[in-house]
Design a protein around this ligand. Structure first.
Ligand code: ATP
Ligand code: MG
Length: 399
């Protein structure tokens, strides 16, 4: 039994939210075709039909838009059955000295007992069976939920916290600028949590950057798939642009101009793929290039909303999330990405937009952007994919 999160407050969008959540739950449970998902107005029920409950529990914990859920047993709406099954459930989890309460609800208003009487009667039967159990209304050790619905009664003793957030897809699509670092995967996770469907855009510069750096970005994407099913991964060749910048732009503006090209390209890809926003991992003041002046100069190439989920977080706050979503260990592997390799020794911390624009006149911006755009490759990444491990030899050499 699945309880919805914030969507219950979303008024007329509610139906669309529930439908999207049901699609996402089905996608998350692809490997369990027998599960029947029925999404009602106030609850979602998954009938397991013999599928492994623990595996379903593990997967549901990733689905955004779920407040909490409970493994429940469905029993006949017959009082003796309800009493007997309730007692059996509590006996299964009860440890000596623990307290309990019954929390009854009914949506079947024709049922012979109302919630008050249900609480009392079920409680009575539990105490008869387990005389030492204490009754406690506030924060009991065991909360037995009894829900009498139209089709049957549902009993549960366990409530598992869901991922919270909004169902992915209910906030439109955004392009995540995904490097191989710590911050951008966290940014992607946080955007998904608020309902944004993401596609990952990764710039790479062979032969300056290795196959490993690319595979690392793909493996980071794999880590984000449990929240959504598959993620489109878009590789954009960036070598020519970086060489041109290196040859023609003063070193203090290398970083700014490089980022402006990434932003232009991401925006062009977004437009082609019908996205509404760009998401990146910029964090204010984290490195010299992430100042407000710098963001202003970089952002000036587009009017598209640029969402920076980690912009105000401290590094250790970002790392905490990275560890929780298991992207940290991968992110700190030392494969240089395109930015580290071409990074100037001292980027301007307060670049000026007019200067950046002036220097860029030395480059054929449109042609460069078009060629990189034409070279992009899209692949669908799923939770069972693995990239770095698929090439064990080179990988071991590096370690
Ligand atoms: P991260 O930890 O995400 O790499 P960072 O702190 O290293 O971020 P920068 O290297 O300044 O920061 O990059 C800022 C943002 O620009 C990144 O978070 C990412 O969104 C984007 N970005 C940087 N390099 C790439 C790349 N090769 N491909 C795609 N996006 C990139
Ligand atoms: Mg980086």
């Amino acid at each position: 039994m699945v309880r919805y999160g914030e969507l219950s407050t979303k008024g007329k969008n509610r139906k669309q939210f529930i439908q999207q959540l049901a699609r996402n739950v089905r996608a998350a449970l692809q490997a369990h075709p027998n599960v029947k998902v029925s999404a009602m107005r106030d609850r979602m029920h998954l009938i397991l039909n013999g599928e492994n409950g623990q595996e379903i529990i593990d997967k549901l914990q990733y689905v955004f838009g779920i407040q909490s859920f409970s493994p429940a047993v469905k029993v006949e709406k017959d009082l003796d059955t309800i009493y007997a099954q309730s007692v059996a459930l509590v006996q299964k989890v009860y440890q000596p000295g623990q307290s309990f309460k019954v929390n009854a609800r009914r949506s079947d208003h024709e049922f012979e007992l109302d919630t008050f009487a249900l609480n009392r009667e079920v409680g009575y039967h539990v105490i008869q069976a387990i005389p030492d159990i204490k009754v406690q209304m506030k924060q009991p050790d065991v909360e037995l939920r009894v829900e009498v619905r139209l089709d049957a009664a549902y009993l549960s003793v366990e409530t598992i916290k869901g991922a919270g957030g909004l169902p992915v897809g209910t906030s439109g699509r955004g392009m995540l600028m995904l490097s191989g670092g710590i911050d951008s995967p966290v940014a992607g996770y946080l955007a998904m949590k608020r309902g944004v469907e993401i596609e990952a855009v990764h710039f790479y510069s062979p032969p300056y950057t290795s196959e490993q750096a690319l595979n690392k970005a793909k493996d980071l994407t794999v880590k984000l798939t449990p929240y959504v099913g598959n993620i489109q991964f878009i590789t954009v060749p960036f070598t020519e642009i970086q060489e041109e910048i290196k040859a023609h732009i003063p070193s203090g503006y290398l970083m700014t101009v490089t980022r402006r090209f990434m932003m232009r390209l991401t925006d062009k890809i977004r437009e082609e793929r019908k996205g509404l926003a760009i998401i990146n991992g910029e964090s204010l003041g984290q490195v010299a290039s992430q100042t407000l002046e710098s963001m202003t100069a970089i952002n000036a190439v587009t009017n598209t909303p640029v969402i920076r989920p980690v912009v105000t977080m401290d590094k250790n706050e970002i790392i905490e999330i990275a560890e929780r979503i298991d992207t940290f260990d991968l992110a700190v592997m030392p494969f240089e990405d395109c930015c580290t390799i071409f990074a100037p020794p001292a980027p301007k911390t307060k670049p000026r937009l007019d200067k950046a624009e002036e220097y860029e006149k030395r480059l054929d911006i449109e042609a460069l952007v078009q060629r990189a755009f034409d070279g992009m490759q899209v692949e669908s990444i799923s939770s069972t994919d693995s990239f770095l491990n698929a090439q064990p030899k080179e990988f071991e050499d590096l370690l």
